[in-house]
Design a protein around this ligand. Structure first.
Ligand code: NAP
Ligand code: FE
Length: 366
């Protein structure tokens, strides 16, 4: 049985300001990786720049990461930060994931970058500090880095495993999220916890994290109908996301994540919503005892109740989807080729099962 979590997690108010010594230890120049605007809006970028300036640490800012980042963005970021000693990723999963890819390329050079990120040979990375602004992916504590591959028409995981050295978590950075982002990312964290809990790779330790994440979600879930959430309450969602991140670092995710990728790629459905759509139908093909425990932890009486709740939450922010049966068949065929995800599912799952999950889940959004 194994549990590995090398990331040092610091969660407190004004954590960026109390981390001066950490930044000083990491080097003389930082590359800051962000999306277009959220790092500024959340206040995190301003705080980081203040602290780096105070510590006399030089920096570059690469603020071109888009949602569901393209692989080439890791290349572009690495060019900008090639002389930096470490990388600070600020934002949701997109900038934090890209920061990890950039860290590999800064350490090893940008030539043959596809091979360095996705090839068989292993490559190290310069240190990464992750500062999350969405309570979703858990990327601040996972070794994963997900990119959009325009050649393969899907999302792909980087082959290199890069755990951030530090995760600096301050609830104030999450408060600027619009409701749509908040709902999608909290639902993503919930799916991580559930998928990890029922996974073949789960064990006593990973379940401590996934179960606690589900319990926090269960306790505060009705707040997802509110237009705004007080920091004292929201911190529980933040913790659930990080706990679920630790859990998937041990087990990976499972079928709902794979089923959701085409919805994001072809229909721009936000990542968390794309997974959340499939969770209750997916649980119908999972081991009964596991499902019972998921329902207890998330505080639902039945799978139907869980399903109805998710439809209501997701419909607040998701327009209806029109997807032809032909498309659905194509996505299910792709799913059946994803051996990595299939191996995380306990028992056998057939094409017809996947098709039923897809069709029944989407019925609510037509
Ligand atoms: P995201 O794609 O990073 O961001 C979504 C949107 O939210 C962007 O428009 C972003 O703005 C905005 N935003 C983020 N924080 C905000 C804040 N505090 N205030 C206002 N706006 C804010 O969203 P995400 O769901 O966190 O990440 C999704 C990505 O992570 C996907 O590519 C997914 O595949 C990947 N993922 C990774 C892991 C992992 O373990 N590494 C796990 C699951 C998913 P800006 O563009 O301005 O930043
Ligand atoms: Fe996810």
């Amino acid at each position: 049985m194994k549990c590995y979590m090398p990331t040092i997690i610091l969660e407190e108010d004004n954590v960026v300001f109390s981390s001066e010594q950490i930044f000083k230890k990491l080097g003389k120049k930082a590359l800051i990786v962000t999306g277009r605007s959220s790092a500024k809006k959340s206040g995190a970028l301003g705080d980081v720049l203040d602290v780096l300036t105070k510590c006399d640490i030089g920096y570059e800012v690469f603020d071109e990461v888009r949602e569901n980042p393209l692989i080439v963005q890791a290349f572009n970021g690495a060019i900008k930060g090639i002389d930096c000693d470490f990388v600070i990723g600020i934002g949701g999963g997109s900038p934090m994931d890209t920061a990890k890819g950039i860290a590999v390329l800064i350490k090893n050079g940008v030539e043959d970058y596809i091979d360095k990120l996705f090839g068989k040979k292993d490559y190290d990375a310069v240190p990464v500090v992750a500062i999350p602004t969405t309570a979703g992916t858990g990327s601040e504590v996972t070794p994963y880095s997900i990119f959009t591959d325009e050649q393969k028409n899907t999302k792909v995981g980087m082959a290199r495993r890069v755990f951030p050295k530090y995760a600096l978590i301050d609830v104030k950075y999450f408060l600027s999220m619009p409701k749509k982002v908040r709902i999608s990312t909290v639902v993503d964290a919930m799916t991580h916890a559930v998928e990890s809990f029922v996974s073949t790779g789960s064990n006593f330790y990973s379940k401590l994290y996934s179960e606690k994440a589900m319990e926090l979600f269960g306790e505060y879930k009705e707040y997802l109908f509110e237009d705004s959430i007080e920091p004292e309450i929201f911190k529980h969602f933040v913790r659930a996301a990080t706990l679920a991140g630790i859990a998937i670092s041990q087990t990976g995710t499972s079928l709902p994540h794979s089923l959701g990728y085409p919805l994001t790629f072809y229909y721009s459905v936000p990542h968390g919503v794309a997974n959340g759509i499939f969770i209750s139908e997916y649980l119908k093909v999972c081991v009964e005892d596991d499902v019972e425990k998921v329902l207890v932890a998330t505080d639902f009486d039945s799978l139907d109740e869980l399903g109805d709740y998710l439809v209501k939450v997701i419909k607040q922010v998701t327009p209806n989807l029109k997807i032809s049966d032909e498309e659905i068949m194509k996505y299910c065929e792709t799913m059946m080729q994803n051996t990595r995800k299939l191996k995380n599912h306990k028992g056998e799952v057939r094409f017809d099962d996947v098709l039923t999950i897809y069709r029944k889940s989407l019925e609510h959004y037509e």
